[in-house]
Design a binder for this molecule. Structure first.
Ligand SMILES: C[S@@+](CC[C@H](N)C(=O)[O-])C[C@H]1O[C@@H](n2cnc3c(N)ncnc32)[C@H](O)[C@@H]1O
Length: 223
């Protein structure tokens, strides 16, 4: 399947095309956001979801990555969920502009998530640290129960070390979402949280970035 996108060029093209579906300030945000997430993470997500039939993107924001994935994996159904009605509306508009039909967006609070049964893939991209640790643990447990056996979850998060990188990220997070009740966890502790929620971690690694973000990815499955 990685032939689908053999290489970074296709990834970049799709992300670039998707970012151009947003207008005005959101267009600027989409172009910046697209550069903040390492391509390697995105490649991992495409690889993992290549055999999924239905993927939920929890905290999808304006749907930039949901829409890029939906274009790369046209046989997979995507559901993007976000707390912000404005972001969800923006995502749906962009889907219309791009002519992407295999995605739906829904406004909902992940703290009271009720995942219908049947998802075999979930993406949680820079969202868990926007919730207190107890709430992110609960979300992962609910997700685990709602997904089919063998389902995969792809989490991208922010590490708590090196400390200066974490502080840089936290400052930007606060600027963007000052009212959120943050709950960062180190890679090891996030892995443990996912295991506690019932997932089996397949693999986890830090991702290099040119920018000072301590990114990491964890890929896990529901046994
Ligand atoms: C850093 S953004 C990431 C957005 C998207 N995943 C991306 O990578 O572009 C965090 C997102 O989490 C959403 N969010 C935060 N708390 C939430 C909650 N309780 N329920 C649903 N979404 C939430 C925010 O609205 C925001 O869109």
């Amino acid at each position: 399947m990685m032939k689908v996108m053999s290489g970074e060029r296709t990834l970049r093209e799709i992300l670039g095309r998707t970012a151009s579906a947003y207008e005005g300030k959101l267009g600027v945000y989409a172009r910046i956001r697209r550069r903040l997430v390492p391509d390697l993470f995105f490649a991992d997500a495409v690889e993992v979801f290549s055999t999924s039939r239905s993927v939920v993107d929890l905290g999808c924001g304006i749907g930039l990555f949901t829409l890029a994935l939906a274009q790369l994996l046209p046989d997979t159904r995507f559901l993007g969920i976000d707390l912000s009605a404005r972001r969800v509306q923006t995502a749906a508009l962009a889907a219309g502009r791009l002519g992407v039909g295999n995605v739906t967006f829904l406004q909902s609070d992940l703290r009271s998530l009720d995942v219908g049964p049947g998802f075999d893939g979930a993406l949680i991209l820079d969202v868990l640290h926007h919730l207190p640790v107890r709430a992110s643990g609960q979300l992962l447990a609910v997700l685990n129960q709602g997904m089919v056996h063998g389902a995969v979850v792809v989490v991208k998060e922010i590490d708590t070390r090196p400390r200066w990188k974490w502080a840089f990220t936290y400052a930007l997070d606060l600027a963007m979402a000052p009212r959120d009740d943050y709950g960062y966890l180190s890679l090891e502790r996030r892995k443990a949280q996912m295991e506690d929620a019932g997932f089996k971690v397949r693999f986890a690694r830090s991702l290099r970035s040119r920018l000072p973000y301590p990114h990491f990815v964890v890929i896990a499955e529901r046994p």
